[in-house]
Design a protein around this ligand. Structure first.
Ligand code: GDP
Length: 436
């Protein structure tokens, strides 16, 4: 894939910029075969393109001789990168060392984008003018720390990146976050999932310092279990506080395709469980529920089991009938089924419904259902619908007047879409637009 390198002298904010870009983009820190290991690489996805971002990191301090150490770093960055982000400090302006680096880069024939960092407010925009004298066409004022203009920078970067994400993503790992309240059995399920017979491909550092991702293969498919750091060690201290586990869960969810919500069956579905499920849907992720510790239910009472599942589904009514698996990490009941169901939900979340089928659905709704009105005889009319996005599936309805749409009707439409697309456990987004 394409490699984008961040370079610049010390203290201009290279690492902050690196983290800022990586953090937001569902990126996985990964090794690329055949490149040096003393730097950090992350795969970044943006606007349908993907690239590896490299932080040249260990740059020497200002007082070290420039051209041996820095020169070597730059030479290597030039060698492996197609695009280079040259970071300068907008507050300090252009220093001789910046000019030196720019001079080397000008001869490199690489695409160079100058990021003038620490431009924290629009009124500081004049800080960037100075940077044009370095001789590069693309100059962007950003603030890595305050998250300003990072998307502009990325737009320019991907304009020079060739690799499309689409195909690669399909055989990429399915990213799963295992979340739930303390002591419901998350660690135990994780350990059962990675049972000896399944190969652990690698432990890769996640995007935060203390997070570890685990990649495993099962039946030829790759699964990436997100932030398993806390799940690996048995003793947990502060993490046991629900607040902390929720924060941590939220971070894991952001990077997941599918979230496995583990619930302790002996405690049924609590408010906190519902809150987590709601968060999964807000974030547009797929949801799979594991009712764990199933072995603790008294034997010979199948009706009890059925009524517990029914209760759980009722409590989680807003999850489009998310699949519920009854598991026991202890007896290994249904543990492998977790892979299959997560896989299924992952695929559903990526589904695109053909426009012809969507519009047949609309024709049925328009003919057979009562459409909302303004109470003065003006009814909503739906002209056309199209799916604009997958993961999560998102639809735009073109109508005569979007103000006529009320919540119950929108819910009804979402339910129809869920039926048509079989989007169980998958959030569906609906947007209304007036047809011009
Ligand atoms: P976590 O905090 O969610 O990671 O929970 P743990 O995996 O550490 O499990 C908490 C406790 O529940 C431990 O004592 C486990 O042995 C126990 N446990 C986990 N899963 C099961 C299960 O399926 N059945 C039974 N009976 N106990 C379990």
């Amino acid at each position: 894939g394409d490699v984008v390198a961040i370079i610049g002298r010390a203290n201009v904010g290279k690492s902050t910029l690196f983290n800022r870009i990586v953090q937001k983009r569902l990126a996985i820190v990964d090794d690329i075969p055949g490149v040096t290991r003393d730097r950090i690489y992350a795969r970044v996805e943006w606007s349908g393109k993907s690239f590896y971002l490299v932080d040249t990191g260990g740059f020497p301090n200002d007082d070290e001789p420039l051209l041996d150490a820095v020169g070597r770093q730059i030479a290597r960055a030039i060698e492996e990168a197609n695009v280079i982000i040259l970071v300068i400090d907008g507050r300090e302006g252009i220093l001789p060392q910046d000019e030196k680096i720019a001079e080397i880069l000008r001869k490199s024939n690489r695409k160079v984008i100058v990021a003038v960092n620490k431009v924290d407010e629009p009124m500081h925009e004049h800080l960037i003018y100075d940077a044009y004298k370095l001789g590069f066409e693309d100059v962007v004022g950003v603030s890595a720390e305050h998250n300003r203009n990072i998307s502009n920078l990325l737009d320019i970067v991907v304009a020079h990146v060739d690799e499309e994400t689409v195909e690669e993503d399909e055989d990429d790992a399915i990213k799963i976050a295992i979340v739930g309240r303390p002591n419901v059995g998350k660690s135990s399920i994780f350990n059962a999932l990675i049972g000896e017979e399944r190969a652990i491909v690698s432990d890769i550092p996640g995007t935060t310092r203390d997070s570890i991702d685990t990649v495993i293969t099962y039946e030829g498919k790759k699964y990436l279990l997100i932030d398993t750091a806390g799940l690996r060690k048995k003793s947990r201290l502060k993490d046991d506080i629900e607040f902390y586990s929720l924060l941590r869960a939220e971070r894991s969810m952001d990077r997941a395709d599918v979230v496995l919500l583990v619930i302790d069956v002996t405690e049924a579905v609590t408010e906190q469980d519902k809150r987590i499920a709601g968060m999964v849907f807000e974030k547009g992720k797929g949801l799979v529920v594991a009712l764990n510790k199933w072995d603790l239910l008294p034997e010979g009472q199948p009706k009890l089991g059925d009524s517990i599942i029914k209760f759980a589904k009722e409590q989680l009514y807003f999850t489009n009938d998310a699949p519920v698996i009854t598991t026991s990490a202890l007896s290994k009941r249904n543990i492998l089924k977790i892979f299959d169901v997560c896989n299924e939900i992952y695929t559903l979340r990526q589904t695109r419904i053909p426009t012809s089928i969507l519009n047949r659905m609309v024709r049925d709704i328009v003919s057979f259902q009562r459409l909302p009105s303004d109470g003065k005889g003006r009814f909503l009319n739906i002209y056309y619908v199209t799916q604009v996005e997958t993961a999560p599936p998102s639809f735009v309805f073109f109508v005569n007047d979007q103000n006529l749409v009320d919540k119950p009707f929108e819910r009804k439409i979402i339910n129809e879409l869920v039926k048509v697309g079989n989007f169980r456990g998958v959030p569906v987004r609906v947007f209304w637009k007036n047809r011009r």
